[in-house]
Design a protein around this ligand. Structure first.
Ligand SMILES: [Zn+2]
Length: 128
């Protein structure tokens, strides 16, 4: 592994900026390419995205737990009413960032990603 990332970063919910919508996914982990005092650069789907450090939670090792994202009623949900709508509470795969709907809105203890097959604990005690 020659291209080891500096770490893995998750963007705090508060950062959701318009221009990042569709690139940075809430609750997903991204490799850190460079890390400065105030800003870090993340690799997101092959692109480099600069993000303020204060908006990031960084881990040394790649997390293997699913993040649970809670949306409030006030949050904009462009997918509402469409097939892409995963509801107000959903999991995010730590490996491929796929969103995982919870059946009947119940958070399971473990989950399997339908996209990449990753199996992991659902970190319901953390807020993503
Ligand atoms: Zn996955």
């Amino acid at each position: 592994m020659g291209d080891q990332p500096l770490g893995w970063a998750r963007v705090w919910y508060a950062l959701k900026r318009e221009e990042d919508e569709g690139l940075l996914r809430q609750g997903a982990w991204y490799p850190v390419v460079t890390s400065g005092v105030t800003r870090a650069v993340l690799e997101v789907s092959g692109q480099r995205v600069t993000v303020p450090q204060e908006a990031l939670e960084v881990r040394d090792k790649r997390p293997d737990r699913f993040t649970v994202v809670y949306r409030t009623r006030e949050d904009p949900n462009p997918a509402r009413g469409t097939r892409a709508d995963v509801g107000r509470r959903y999991g995010v795969c730590p490996m491929c960032a796929t969103r995982l709907p919870f059946r009947n809105n119940v958070i399971p203890p473990v989950a399997t990603c339908k996209e990449c097959g990753h199996q992991g604990i659902v970190a319901w005690w953390e807020t993503g």
